[in-house]
Design a protein around this ligand. Structure first.
Ligand code: KG4
Ligand code: ZN
Length: 345
């Protein structure tokens, strides 16, 4: 089965063609980073207008890249949430129109589950054979620890109660005047820095926090205090103008995020017998995270599943792949899909 998918949940307009083995025939991603950079973050109204401009060229480019036509496609898939409602609606409308005019099934896919699926793209691994596995989704909008029982059964074990890990990177970069998005720049600078230079908080939520929603606080995160700690640190210790100092601060800040992610995932990994540990989402590009999590998985005798770099950020290949593998909401003449900007997995 070959699926054509559209992803437009945030600031990437993407389309892809993937089959049920996870083989990617085309994955076109049009990033809006340059448009949002001057604002230091994604502006929803600008994002949705850019999706309107980009969606048709991206669809055409995807068919060309796969040297395919819609005749070879069995179903149309689309991200229905979570994400920015005004951005989701553009992809959703395009996918509905395609499915209707081509008389093909429409499959709605959850964006977070697709980030988890991304570790199975373009390789020989089988999703079902890896189950049950533990997954961490770390992106600009989400930080979630999930137990994956099967393609269609997921259990949220922990999540951030405020900022996402990627957001924490981006806010720090803003305070340090490093531009947007901050993650890649902090990652680069941190390689030449001393991670013990500043002692940052451990990103633990208070056990009495109202935002835990019944989840175990030991598996949850609170990143909002981290950027506040950095802000107060910089007020008290104005930068001395050397690049080394910025590298040291970046390394210390990154270490606080990575060790928080590592420690919570290790607790979850030890609590049950999982076959593997998977990480998806834009922050999984972080080199320290990849290195430390690989060591942590090794220490716990678990294979680590990391997406190829091109499938870490938002892309439609992960949406098409998960739909082709047999997950998602398949609509018929009586049902439809609405853009639901919910945080649910
Ligand atoms: O998955 P993604 O492309 O979009 C969302 O679904 O949010 O993730 C984007 C996030 C941004 O916050 C960006 O700063 C972060 O991923 N990111 C990184 C790295 N590359 C991207 N964070 C840390 N280190 C990186 N190398
Ligand atoms: Zn994402």
């Amino acid at each position: 089965m070959k699926v054509f998918a559209i992803e437009s949940s945030c600031d990437e307009t993407s389309a892809a063609i993937v089959d049920s083995t996870g083989k990617v025939y085309a994955n076109v991603v049009n990033s809006q980073i340059d448009i949002h950079r001057p604002y230091g973050g994604v502006v929803p109204e600008i994002a949705s207008r850019a999706h309107v401009r980009n969606i048709q060229p991206v669809i055409i480019k995807t068919l060309e890249a796969a040297d395919s036509s819609f005749d070879a496609i069995d179903a149309i898939a689309v991200t229905y949430g979570p994400g920015l409602a005004s951005s989701l609606l553009i992809g959703l409308s395009a996918a509905k129109s395609l499915a209707m005019s081509l008389d093909k099934p429409l499959i709605g896919i959850n964006h977070l589950k697709a980030h988890i699926y991304s570790v199975f793209l373009d390789n020989d691994l089988s999703f079902e054979q890896m189950c049950p596995f533990l997954a961490l989704v770390v992106s600009g909008g989400h930080t979630s620890i999930v137990e994956v029982e099967s393609l269609t059964s997921y259990k949220l074990l922990g999540q951030t109660i405020d900022d996402a890990a990627g957001e924490a990177f981006d806010k720090a970069a803003n305070l340090l005047d490093l531009g947007y998005p901050g993650g890649p720049t902090i990652d680069k600078l941190a390689r030449s820095g001393n991670s013990k230079y500043v002692k940052f908080p451990k990103c633990r939520p208070s056990e009495t926090s109202m935002n835990l929603n019944g989840l175990d606080p030991k598996l949850c995160f609170s990143f909002s205090g981290l950027k506040t700690a950095l802000m107060y640190y910089l007020k008290k210790n104005p930068l001395n103008g050397t690049e080394q100092e910025v590298c040291d601060i970046a390394a210390s800040y990154q270490e606080a995020i990575v060790s928080a992610l590592e420690s919570r995932c290790e607790i979850a990994l030890k609590a049950k017998t999982y076959k593997a540990f998977a990480i998806g989402g834009g922050v999984s590009l972080n080199s320290a995270l990849r290195e430390q999590m690989t060591k942590m998985a090794e220490r716990n005798s678990k294979p680590i599943l990391l997406a190829q770099p091109k499938y870490c950020g938002d892309n439609a290949a992960m949406i098409a792949g998960l739909a082709a593998a047999g997950a998602g909401i398949v609509t018929d003449e009586n049902t439809t899909i609405d853009a639901t900007p919910s945080l649910a997995i």
